[in-house]
Design a binder for this molecule. Structure first.
Ligand code: FSO
Ligand code: SF4
Length: 521
C-alpha cells in the first residue's frame, strides 16, 4: 500500500505498512483499485450521458475512499463490482487506471499535482453526496467528476495540471453552494443557538458526521420514545437549523472532535451512529454499540442500509433502550472547561447584522477578522489553534467552522457591541458561508477580499480540506496560513508555486504569526 492523503500520514511521507488511521494494506489497495475503476468508468462515459447509477457510483466510490470513512474491504469489493458492471454497459473496452501507479507512477511533481486533484475530488464527492441525498444535483458538477477522473488518467504538463486544479476549485465552490442550498431549503437558515453539553439521564443516541438527512430521520424515528439525541463532532451545527432544532429531544452536544472518540466513547451507555467520516477503529468497550450508515463501514460493525432513501434506525433505537444511558444527568465541558457552545452564525445570520458589523469596522471597534477553521486531529501541535485564538486582540472577531473549532469553541471570548467574538459558521462545507460573508464585506468596503482586514488560519486533516483550499486559491485568496503540517502530497516544487502565486504560509508559532498579521494591518 501507499497512502499519503491525510495530515497524519506516517512520518509525514506516506503510510506503507498500514495506515496511522487503522486502514489495513488490503483495504488501501482495494481503494486504489476502486479509484482506478472509477477512472475506467469516467473514460467509458466520455461523450455519453452516464445515468443515475453511474453518477451515484462515482460520488459514493470517491467518498468511500476519504480518510476514516470505510475500512471494510468487502464493501469496497462490492463497489468495484458495481463500477465494472456500469462501465461494461457504457463501453466495455474502456481501460481502468493501473491502481499501483496512482500515487507513485511518474515524475514527483506530476504525481503531486495528479494526487492533489484526486484528493480534492474525493472531498468534493462527500459534499456532492450530502446535497444529492437532499434531492439537489447540478449537471455541470456531476459532469466534472467524470472530467476530473479522466484527467487523472491522462498526461498533462504542470501548467495544465495547475489550470485543472483552479477549474476544480471553482466547481467545488458550486458544490458547496449546492449543499448550502440543500441544507437551508430543507431545514431553514441556521440561527444563533446555544448548545448544551449536559447529557440527561436515560436512554440516548449519539450521532456524528455531517449528514443532516440522517439526523432528521433519526429525530423523526425517536419522537416520543423517551430517547434523547446528542450530536458529536461535525454534527454540532445541526442544532441551529430551525427544522432540526424544533425537536425537543435534540438535547445537546456530547464530546468534541473526532480524534477524541476512543476516549469519549469508552464504555458509553448509548449507541453511536456514524453518518460520514471520521470513524476510528472502535475499542472493544464500545464496539458493540457503534452503527455505521451510508458509505461508512468497518468490518463487523452493524450497518444501517439505505443510501439515499429512507432508513430504518430501529436497531440503533433498540440499542439505546437496552443500554439505558446514565442513571444521573452528566455535565460535560469543552476542552478548555467551558460548557454551552454557540453555533449557527451562517451567512444568513451574519449578513443579517452586516450593517452593525460594517459600522463596527468603520468606528474602529472591530479591527480585524480571523477565520480560524478546518479539521482537528491528534497531533500535539494543534494546540496552536487554541493559543492563536487566545491571543486574538479583544477588538477582533474570530469566524470558525469544521471540527477544528473544538480547540476553542468553549472559550468565553466576550462580544463587541453585542456581536460575539467567536462565531461558529458551521461544518467544513460551510466554508461557503465564510466566503459569502467575505465577498459581502469586500463589496461593502469596495475592495477585494485580499484587501479586507481578514486573515485565514486553516487547519487541515483530510480531503475535504483539500477541496476547500483549492476553492480559496481559485478565488485568488492570498496569505492563507496552513498547518499543523504541510501536505505530504505537495512536492517541493508544487509547494513553491503555491507559495509564490498565493503566498500560502505554513504556520509557525501563534505569537509570531499574530505579530506578523497585526503588523500588516
Ligand atoms: Fe472534521 Fe473529519 Fe468536517 Fe473533516 S469531522 S476532519 S474536514 O472529516 O470534515 O471537519
Ligand atoms: Fe495513512 Fe492517512 Fe492514508 Fe490513513 S488516510 S493510510 S493515516 S495517509
Amino acid at each position: 500500500m501507499f497512502c499519503f492523503q491525510c495530515e497524519q500520514t506516517a512520518g509525514g511521507k506516506g503510510c506503507t505498512k498500514g495506515g496511522v488511521c487503522g486502514k489495513k494494506p488490503e483495504v488501501a489497495n482495494k481503494q486504489d483499485e476502486l479509484t482506478g475503476a472509477l477512472i475506467g468508468l469516467a473514460r467509458a462515459a466520455a461523450g455519453k450521458t452516464p445515468g443515475k447509477t453511474a453518477d451515484e457510483l462515482m460520488m459514493q466510490g470517491l467518498f468511500t475512499t476519504v480518510t476514516n470513512v470505510n475500512f471494510d474491504s468487502s464493501r469496497i469489493d462490492e463497489f468495484i463490482r458495481l463500477v465494472a458492471a456500469e462501465k461494461a454497459k457504457l463501453d466495455p473496452g474502456a481501460q481502468d487506471f493501473p491502481a499501483g501507479t496512482l500515487f507513485t507512477g511518474g515524475e514527483e511533481d506530476i504525481v503531486s499535482l495528479r494526487s492533489t486533484l484526486l484528493l480534492g475530488l474525493r472531498g468534493m464527492a462527500a459534499y456532492a453526496w450530502h446535497a444529492y441525498v437532499l434531492g439537489k444535483r447540478d449537471d455541470e458538477l456531476t459532469a466534472w467528476f467524470y472530467k476530473g477522473m479522466r484527467a487523472i488518467g491522462e498526461e498533462h504538463t504542470a501548467e495544465e495540471w495547475l489550470n485543472l486544479l483552479m477549474e476544480f476549485g471553482h466547481i467545488n465552490l458550486k458544490c458547496m453552494a449546492l449543499l448550502d442550498e440543500a441544507n437551508t431549503s430543507a431545514y431553514g437558515h441556521p440561527v444563533p443557538t446555544e448548545v448544551s453539553t449536559l447529557v440527561e439521564k436515560g436512554p440516548f443516541i449519539v450521532i456524528t458526521g455531517h449528514d443532516l438527512h440522517d439526523l432528521k430521520q433519526l429525530l423523526e424515528q425517536t419522537k416520543d420514545k423517551g430517547i434523547n439525541i446528542y450530536t458529536h463532532g461535525e454534527m454540532l451545527p445541526a442544532h441551529a437549523y430551525p427544522e432540526l432544532k424544533k425537536y425537543p429531544h435534540l438535547k445537546g452536544n456530547f464530546g468534541t472532535a473526532w480524534q477524541n472518540q476512543q476516549k469519549e466513547f469508552d464504555n458509553l451507555p448509548a449507541p453511536i451512529l456514524y453518518t460520514t467520516n471520521c470513524l476510528m477503529p472502535p475499542k472493544p468497550s464500545y464496539a458493540d454499540r457503534v452503527f455505521t450508515t451510508a458509505v461508512v463501514g468497518y468490518p463487523e460493525l452493524k450497518h444501517i442500509p439505505g443510501e439515499n432513501g429512507s432508513k430504518d434506525f430501529t436497531p440503533v433505537i433498540n440499542k439505546a433502550l437496552e443500554l439505558g444511558g446514565w442513571k444521573e444527568d452528566k455535565q460535560f465541558t469543552g476542552i478548555n472547561g467551558g460548557a454551552g457552545l454557540m453555533t449557527g452564525f451562517g451567512r444568513n445570520a451574519v449578513l443579517g447584522v452586516a450593517d452593525k458589523v460594517i459600522d463596527a469596522v468603520k468606528a474602529g471597534a472591530i479591527k480585524h477578522f480571523f477565520l480560524v477553521g478546518g479539521c482537528d486531529g491528534a497531533k500535539p501541535g494543534r494546540n496552536y489553534y487554541t493559543e492563536f485564538v487566545q491571543k486574538t486582540p479583544k477588538d477582533t472577531v474570530v469566524l470558525t467552522l469544521a471540527c477544528g473549532k473544538y480547540r476553542f469553541n468553549d472559550l468565553n471570548a466576550g462580544d463587541i457591541g453585542g456581536i460575539p467574538r467567536i462565531l461558529d459558521m458551521g461544518q467544513c462545507n460551510d466554508a461557503y458561508s465564510a466566503i459569502q460573508v467575505a465577498v459581502a464585506l469586500a463589496g461593502a468596503f469596495q475592495c477585494g477580499v485580499n484587501d479586507l482586514p481578514l486573515t485565514l488560519v486553516l487547519s487541515w486533516y483530510e480531503q475535504k480540506a483539500v477541496c476547500i483550499l483549492l476553492t480559496l486559491l481559485a478565488l485568488g485568496i492570498k496569505n492563507i496560513y496552513i498547518g499543523p503540517s504541510l501536505p505530504a502530497f505537495l512536492s517541493g516544487n508544487v509547494l513553491n508555486i503555491l507559495v509564490e502565486k498565493f503566498n500560502l504560509k505554513p504556520i509557525s508559532t501563534p505569537a509570531e504569526d499574530m505579530q506578523a498579521i497585526l503588523s500588516r494591518c
